[in-house]
Write a protein that binds this ligand. Structure first.
Ligand code: COA
Length: 150
């Protein structure tokens, strides 16, 4: 586990954010058309403040898009740079998203996961997300209640 610095993106970060998302999701095009590939630099710039960036020293090692949703606070395009995986960066980005959700008074997280992506499902399951209803085509919604009082 390594600690990363997480901050909100600015318009000037849009190209770096989009480049990382495109790099991480392009390999999936062998099997399907990942929705994350809609995130061009221009698309990221249009909603830069809803992106979080994780840096290790000066290197951008992860990003995530997050926003309120009627079904619960949601996130997408979570991307951790390949050489930096399995060191807790995805977990820290997801925790930062949950912190923002709580700050907005939301106690439920929801994410749509593609059924064929076992590693992705294993990741969100490790964070406490549980399958809810189908989200066609080829996805299920996973939910997590957050901010429970001990
Ligand atoms: C999924 C992803 C974000 C995980 O990021 P990460 O920084 O490697 O994740 P973490 O190190 O925080 O992992 C936490 C736990 O999740 C589970 N996990 C993570 N990656 C996994 C994998 N490839 N296979 C099985 N379990 C996995 C493990 O339980 C892990 O704990 P452990 O390393 O102690 O066993 C990263 O692999 C990624 O960017 N994947 C490609 C894009 C993607 O699928 N994004 C999600 C779509 S919204």
């Amino acid at each position: 586990m390594i600690t990363v610095r997480i901050r909100q993106a600015r318009a000037a970060d849009a190209t770096s954010v989009a480049d990382l998302v495109q790099e991480i999701y392009r390999p999936f095009t062998a099997g399907f058309r990942p929705t994350a590939l809609k995130w061009s630099g221009e698309a990221v710039r249009a909603c830069a403040s809803s992106w979080l960036m994780a840096h290790r020293e000066e290197e951008l090692v992860g990003v995530v898009h997050q926003m309120p949703d009627p079904a619960g606070h949601t996130l997408d395009a979570l991307s951790v740079s390949v050489p930096w995986r399995r060191r807790g960066i995805g977990t820290q980005l997801a925790a930062a998203v949950e912190e923002r959700a709580l700050g907005l008074g939301t106690r439920r997280m929801v994410v749509a996961l593609r059924d064929s992506l076992g590693a992705n499902i294993a990741f969100f399951t490790s964070l406490g997300y549980r399958p809810a209803q189908p989200f066609p085509p080829a996805h299920h919604l996973y939910v997590k209640e957050i901010g429970a009082q001990e």
